[in-house]
Design a protein around this ligand. Structure first.
Ligand code: EPZ
Length: 418
């Protein structure tokens, strides 16, 4: 069993190049099914979730090669239209393959994704939208079966700006007759990156980044070459680490506007942050002050995927910080593990109150989920003494060899086997 051995108390100093975004490469890999041809995708980080998506594409019949950070996906010959349970269980967001398989094959069979560490994660918005586009959707024995002989474009109003539902509708709508308008669409930067890829394969789509997206159905048969956008959540993670560990780091290959809310909260807490076109520098010379109340919201609000990491920094702040998790029901699971390190956190439902303490102490802790795991590494790097962090496969789902990145900044962290 792998674990991280961390010796805390070292300032983080140096620079990090931000990798391609996990939450952008996944829907783009799913979209490669649409053009029945060759797709060259650059800046594909080596992550467990990306490997799961590649397995699904291969299962469907795609030929895939990887050269460094470039994946070449040839989707000319699709031989199946199902995603088996084993692959669906590997990665909850495999549901994103539903729309493109349906668009490409006229039918799709997936096992229901079920919940995850963050709570029940229904896909009702995905299925309702596909029904509205004219697909028949049945769920039987944990399997979703969709058929779409002649999908018709129309207006889809989302009751919540779900990222996954917006992406699935955009992908399915490319195969509809006529135009689809997604109203109250998600506005995350990853949606814009997906639109940029779709335009390259010949799709007619516009409005990504705003709350109304239009897709005109039609042929998508162009070969595409695309570079995935930088990972704003990876960048937010290193900013929170610098704030907690009193560091001075430079993040390269990042778009500062994508993390504006994180930058503003950490600046309010006393960090000196400077931005340039593709670069963010943070200097945290002293203990941060308490953060203003943190409400997680759909983009451009504060990202739920940075909440745990910010909580780790807030554990060492001068004063008390209140967190409200508005996106997921169960996203404070890291709190119990942080308290093992001496943090003072009270959780009640979707609210957590973090009373800052001068010092955390190293301990043996377990990752509860991807971002919760990232938070534990931050706390361990800032703590005095040694920590052991277990269940790090959660972290590998979304960060490429995190230990190397922190070691390059002077952190003492090693991946070990027990
Ligand atoms: C995406 O998940 C991200 N994953 C998540 O990142 C991120 O936390 C989330 O968006 C919100 O920003 C990927 O992009 C692969 P949603 P997704 O649909 O698409 C409810 C990480 O750490 N909902 O916007 O699954 C849902 O239960 C991951 O990298 C319904 O009720 O998120 C949740 O409470 C974790 N019905 C909320 O909406 C639906 O049909 C947001 O979900 C769909 C969603």
């Amino acid at each position: 069993m792998s674990y991280f051995a961390v010796k805390g108390g070292t300032k983080l100093i140096g620079s990090v190049n931000i990798n391609g975004a996990k939450n952008s490469v996944l829907p783009i890999l799913a979209a490669t099914l649409l053009n029945a041809g060759e797709n060259v995708i650059h800046n594909c980080t080596e992550l467990r979730d990306v490997d799961s998506a590649v397995k699904i594409l291969r299962h469907l019949g795609c030929r895939i090669t990887r050269q460094g950070k470039t994946l070449t996906v040839d989707s000319s010959n699709i031989i199946r239209c199902d995603v088996p349970e084993s692959l669906m269980r590997e990665m909850r967001s495999s549901v994103i393959f539903l729309g493109p398989i349906l668009a490409r094959c006229g039918q799709a069979r997936l096992s229901t994704p079920g919940g995850c560490e963050l709570g029940p994660r229904p896909i009702d918005l995905h299925l309702d939208a596909l029904r509205k586009l004219g697909a028949t959707v049945s769920i039987d024995g944990g399997e979703i079966l969709c058929r779409a002989d002649n999908m018709q474009g129309r207006d889809i109003v989302l009751s919540f700006p779900s990222v996954g539902a917006t992406e699935n509708i955009m992908l399915a709508a490319t195969a509809c007759t006529g135009a689809t308008r997604i109203i109250n669409a998600a506005r995350e930067p990853e949606i814009e990156d997906l639109q940029n890829f779709l335009l390259k394969i010949g799709a007619n789509v516009c409005g990504a980044g705003r709350s109304e997206i239009s897709v005109q159905g039609g042929k998508t048969r162009c070969r595409a070459e695309h570079t995935v956008m930088p990972d704003r959540i990876e960048a937010a993670t290193y900013l929170c680490a610098a704030a907690a560990c009193r560091g001075h780091i430079e993040l390269r290959d990042i778009r500062p506007r994508h993390i504006a809310t994180v930058i503003s909260i950490l600046s309010d807490a006393g960090c000196d942050i400077k931005t340039d076109t593709n670069c963010v520098t943070i200097k945290s010379a002293r203990r941060i002050s308490a953060l203003p109340p943190v409400q997680t919201m759909p983009y451009p609000g504060f990202p739920t995927d940075a909440q745990s990491q910010l909580m780790a920094a807030a554990c060492l702040a001068e004063g008390t910080t209140v967190f409200c998790e508005n996106i997921f029901e169960n996203r404070f699971r890291q709190a119990g593990e942080l308290c093992r390190m001496g943090a003072r956190i009270k959780v009640s439902g979707r609210t957590a109150v973090v009373e800052g303490t001068k010092q955390l102490s190293g301990a043996s802790v377990r990752c509860t989920d991807l971002r919760g795991g990232a938070a534990l590494v931050i706390a361990a790097l800032a703590a005095t003494g040694e920590s052991r962090i277990y269940d790090i496969e959660h972290i590998d789902r979304g960060y490429e060899s995190m230990e190397n990145a922190y070691s390059s900044l002077g952190g003492s962290i090693k991946r070990k086997e027990e």
